[in-house]
Design a protein around this ligand. Structure first.
Ligand SMILES: Cc1ncc(COP(=O)(O)O)c(C=O)c1O
Length: 532
């Protein structure tokens, strides 16, 4: 279908450019397997297209062999696969460490106080009957690519709560949370529970974590609407260079005057917008921050300052030095905003996140952003903060006000996830689930000879070609470990991103270690079982 006028050639050029840079992504539909959070089936045609995409750099395009699952011998590998392995091994021996630094180890609770689920939730089968047989041949993949760190997306209590809410309340929330009818007492209950988890006065739900960051950054960098100008209306935002895209975009929105006070719904710019200066600081560099915050040419007297950081970095798996940031906050008086998207429910004895795990008191962090879409296994975002900050976000956070509220099944699922894995005493199963995912992470760390800080383990290869080849090789072994390339990570740091889940079995992790051993990642070639 052609587009009018110059649009057609513009679209072709844009797509051509993505193709030439091997950045044209595809959506690959899979079928979840038997309510198992770590496994999917994929049909042969989709898998073949996927394999072509991962091998195109390694062999000039389109190597193809029948999918073999996880048990084949490398000696029977087709030439293309041997080529992939050679490419990756050469890259690893060239940069022997091959791994992103993970300097901050964070302890998670051990599993000593696990209690079986109570009868507070209706039972939901943990292994429902298998889906009807399909006529197309499929391959089963084990996923090391999701953010479902505790396996809660398929937990019986979480599924039952969502199903019950859908059955009794329906699916679509119908309007923005500001419109009566869309925001229910259950939404409010979840906000209060999240505030308790984070130790803040209150919390506000958002349609996604992305919206939560965008709204928080834009609203907090807004002006009072008085439009007085001067340094009082200058906000200097310090943002870690590896922060998530939603923080980056939120800061950009703030710099363009994207808060809602004094601006109409059709235009985000307002004469009362403050000036917002964004300073990107080197990853976790507290010394740089200290010096920059003391520099009056950068931060004139009277300016408001804000430091924003991921707490657990999504592509590196390392943890921000929140203790140093809290100290600097006391010294310089900036607003500390942390994004706990990957850390909430995963780190800390109660699942409170990295701040809790590092012993940083709740009052030393001003704004906690989070998502319900990762370890919660549900969907949505939230900001936990003071009651007054919540009031500002509610009124000035455009991604909150001008978007539809969270659906009731997602809210119910998140509440159930909290009961299972967070809050007082860490939830009914939280200690056990956190201990389990942590034990997988430690086992992988031992095999790779690196210290791990979280269930996210990056294997940095450098080149895009090598990262794609490694991912393609693992795909052939029935394991999905995504290749992460620019612009998601800086050029020259393309990598495999392994994410582990409590839902993985010990055997799953063993298969991963063996396959990584074949690629040359594992010290000594694996746990004494390498096929190389
Ligand atoms: C650090 C971080 N913050 C925020 C988000 C956005 O969360 P959501 O997926 O709920 O929009 C993500 C998602 O990838 C993330 O990794």
């Amino acid at each position: 279908m052609s587009l009018p006028g110059p649009w057609d050639s513009w679209l072709s050029d844009s797509i051509g450019e993505l193709e030439r840079g091997s950045r044209l992504r595809e959506l690959r539909p899979v079928s979840p397997a038997h309510a198992d959070a770590t496994r999917v089936s994929i049909d042969a045609a989709t898998l073949a297209a996927w394999r072509r995409a991962t091998t195109m750099h390694a062999d000039g395009g389109g190597a193809s062999s029948a999918p073999r699952g996880g048990s084949s011998s490398p000696h029977s590998d087709p030439p293309s696969l041997r080529h992939e392995r050679g490419l990756v091994s050469a890259s690893i021996s060239g940069r022997r460490t091959g791994l992103a630094p993970n300097p901050t180890a964070v302890a998670v609770a051990d599993g000593s106080s696990f209690q079986p689920p109570s009868s507070a939730f209706p039972s939901f089968p943990s292994s429902p009957s298998p889906p009807p047989p399909s006529s197309t041949p499929t391959t089963t993949l084990t996923l090391f690519s999701t953010n479902d760190y505790l396996g809660l997306s398929t937990h019986p209590c979480v599924r039952a709560a969502a199903a019950r809410a859908a059955a009794s309340l329906g699916c679509g929330p119908r309007a923005s949370a500001l419109v009566p009818g869309a925001y229910t007492t259950m939404h409010r209950e979840l906000e209060r529970s999240l505030a308790r988890l984070k130790g803040t006065e209150d919390a506000l739900l958002f349609p996604t974590g992305f919206a939560a960051n965008a709204a928080a950054m834009a609203a907090l960098c807004g002006s009072t609407g008085g439009g007085k100008g001067g340094e009082k209306d200058l906000v200097v935002v310090f943002s870690d260079e590896l922060n998530h895209a939603s923080i980056v975009d939120g800061a950009r929105l703030a710099a363009r005057g994207g808060n809602g006070i004094g601006s109409s719904s059709s235009s985000s710019s307002s004469s009362s917008s403050p000036r917002v200066k964004i300073v990107i600081y080197p990853h976790k560099d507290s010394r740089f921050l200290d010096a920059a915050l003391s520099d009056e040419t950068l931060v004139p007297r009277g300016a408001r300052t804000l430091v924003v950081t991921d707490s657990l970095f999504s592509m590196d798996g390392d943890v921000a030095d929140l203790r140093s940031l809290a100290q600097l906050r006391r010294k310089h008086g900036f607003l500390l905003v942390i994004d706990e998207a990957h850390a909430t429910l995963v780190l800390g004895p109660r699942g409170g996140g990295a701040a809790e795990a590092l012993g940083v008191p709740a009052g030393e962090v001003d704004v906690h952003v989070g998502t319900l879409s990762k370890a919660f296994g549900a969907h949505g975002g939230f900001v936990a903060c003071s009651g007054r900050a919540r009031s500002l976000l509610l009124n000035a956070g455009r991604p909150f006000a001008f978007s539809t509220a969270l659906p009731a099944p997602a809210v119910a699922a998140a509440l159930a996830a909290l009961a299972v894995a967070g809050g007082e005493e860490g939830g009914r199963e939280g200690p056990r689930l956190r201990a389990r995912v942590w034990s997988h992470a430690r086992r992988l760390g031992r095999a790779l000879g690196v210290e791990v800080s979280s269930p996210i383990v990056p294997l940095v290869l450098g080149g895009e070609r090598e990262a794609l080849a490694a991912s393609g090789f693992l795909l052939e072994r029935g394991l999905h470990v995504p290749a992460i390339r620019p612009p998601t990570v800086p050029r020259g740091t393309s990598r495999l991103r392994v994410s582990l889940s409590a839902a993985h079995s010990d055997e799953d992790v063993g298969r991963l270690i063996d396959a990584l051993g074949e690629l040359g990642f594992v010290k000594g070639g694996g746990e004494g079982r390498s096929k190389l």
